[in-house]
Write a protein of this length. Structure first.
Length: 545
């Protein structure tokens, strides 16, 4: 058991600057940032994407891509030693042992070729000198401590065989394997369901209390800061613009940017429910079952019932919100309605059955049925320019258009989503996350669809950018009378966009009804659990004027 929290300084960062590039191309990502972390204390580094949070934290561990990155100024003291000046060998002894990190995306941080036992055990063998048997015993203990069910069965598993929450728990086990003095948690819950978020944050608090370690929490979500941090540093454009105790910063923010962050959450009203509007998409007793095969002959012994007997109607100008945890069947439902995966049960689009149509027969309808994916960076080809990405659908669906007509339509679509029409020659990596999502929306809208499936379109974005995207989607819906199927685990965004809500769990509908009823008076325990987790994470004592 480690010592309880004290006011003793563990890490002191002084006038840290981080630059990328060389000569005239050198750009400062962090400018003279100073902050400290006491033993056993939780400090939050808060700001939007590009503010310098992660770069500052990675500088502590010297994990930046040197020599492309450099430090024009600054010192990072850990127990009196300047980490920026330590020899590489001494730094390796500290990294992963005395100071550990949990990265934002566990799927890309874990090695897909190695088992969970090997990846967690590597930390123990590298820093603790354990043999295989001792490491295995300790790995089991760690997996149990972080809440992995039946850890013995998970030792031989690979990352892709675990859920998002389980992968994040494995990352935590790796980070805590050697009981570090400082844990850096870089957006540890961004891509997780609200209930899993709550579990992970509670787990981190319990482990911090047990081990007496300090924590540097990097996040753009001020609801998480309220729940976890004692002191807050707010970053904007590489500079720390405000600092103070958590309560003081929340109740009496001094800097306009802090007030902007506190007020940045989706607002406004969804479209009014109107049962007289024409039905665009309808499904009855829809089922998507995936066979489980076993034995030498690979006979089907059971099924994974991803969607199990679901019925719905989606009308023009309306938004149907589908909520539930990962694995509940939300995305599978959307893919089935778009006829991108096989299903059973009638599906009608504008009154005509489409469930029996072949891929070739479905092709003319694709321009009217579009999709916006969760990850805007992963869904846009890095090899194509923005203009090429958006016009791809026009080349297939409207081959009669000339090159100049396509160029004009692409420019019009970009303007409609709030981007410059002359940005068509730029590439995805040249845009921010919010801008990339606008590009993904433009790609869908350029074909003038009637039905759009929105699959977690805001979950990877900053809070203020989420609010902008919600406003954009609402405006486009009103302008073009669009029918939205909005899939999300973020209930704040669902409430701002949806007039009807379906709550899914394990492929089945737990509860459904008008959004006002679901949010004001949920009937089922599961729905109440989802709402409690979401509101607990985002509760604010005061709205900032």
């Amino acid at each position: 058991m480690k010592v309880p929290p004290t006011s003793e300084t563990l890490v002191q960062v002084r006038n840290l600057s981080v630059a990328f590039g060389k000569g005239e191309d050198k750009k400062l990502a962090v400018k003279n940032a100073s902050f400290r972390i006491g033993r056993g204390e939780t400090v939050a580094l808060v700001g939007e994407s590009g503010s310098g949070k992660t770069v500052s934290a990675l500088s502590i561990l010297r994990l930046l891509p040197y020599p492309q990155a450099s430090h024009p100024s600054g010192e990072v003291f850990f127990e009196g030693k300047d980490l920026l000046k330590l020899p590489d060998r001494q730094m390796r002894d500290i990294r992963g042992d005395r100071i550990s990190i949990i990265f934002q995306e566990p799927m890309t941080s874990l090695n897909p070729l190695h088992t969970i036992e090997r990846q967690v055990g590597e930390m123990l063998q590298l820093h603790g000198g354990m043999d295989d048997a001792a490491a295995r015993t300790r790995v089991l203990e760690l997996l149990q401590k972080v809440g992995i069910q039946e850890p013995e069965k998970r030792l031989g598993a690979y990352p892709h065989e675990l859920s998002g929450g389980q992968r994040q728990r494995v990352m935590i086990a790796m980070a805590l394997a050697n009981e570090p003095d400082l844990l850096i948690a870089d957006e540890p819950t961004t891509a997780l369901d609200v209930t899993i978020q709550a579990q992970i944050l509670e787990l981190l608090r319990e482990l911090q209390k047990e081990l007496g370690m300090a924590m540097l929490l990097i996040t753009h979500d001020l609801g998480i800061v309220r729940k976890m941090a004692e002191r807050v540093y707010v970053m904007q454009n590489g500079e720390i613009v405000e600092t103070g105790d958590m309560d003081d910063v929340f109740k009496n923010p001094q800097h306009p940017y802090t007030r902007h962050l506190l007020n940045a959450e989706p607002s406004g009203e969804p479209p009014k429910a109107d049962d007289t509007r024409p039905v665009v998409v309808e499904a009855e007793d829809l089922k998507v079952w995936f066979p489980i095969k076993a034995g030498l002959l690979k006979r089907t012994v059971d099924h994974v019932k991803a969607v199990d007997g679901l019925s719905l109607k989606l009308r023009a100008g309306q938004t149907l919100g589908v909520v539930g945890e990962s694995g509940s069947g939300k995305t599978t439902l959307g893919l089935a309605l778009l006829r991108l995966i096989s299903s059973k049960g009638p599906i009608a689009y504008v009154g005509k059955r489409i469930d029996g149509l072949s891929q070739k027969q479905m092709r003319p309808l694709r321009k009217e049925m579009q999709i916006v994916f969760q990850d805007p960076y992963g869904s846009l080809s890095p090899r194509l320019s923005i203009g090429q990405i958006i016009e791809e659908g026009l080349l297939i669906q409207k081959p009669q258009l000339s090159a100049s007509e396509r160029h004009e339509r692409v420019g019009r679509a970009l303007t409609e989503v709030g981007l410059e029409a002359d940005s068509q020659d730029r590439y995805p990596h040249e845009f921010s996350g919010g801008q990339r999502q606008r590009i993904a929306i433009a790609r869908a809208m350029v074909l003038e669809p009637r039905f759009v499936m929105l699959d977690e379109p805001t979950s990877a974005l900053d809070m203020s950018v989420q609010a902008q995207i919600v406003d954009l989607l609402r405006d486009l819906q009103k302008r073009h009378d669009l029918a939205y199927l909005f899939i999300s685990h973020d209930l704040k965004v669902v409430r701002a966009l949806s007039n009807y809500v379906i709550v899914m769990r394990k492929g089945r509908v737990v509860e459904e009804g008008p959004a006002e009823q679901i949010f004001a008076a949920p009937r089922q325990d599961y729905t109440r659990e989802l709402l409690a987790a979401a509101l607990n994470l985002t509760a604010k004592s005061d709205r900032v004027a």
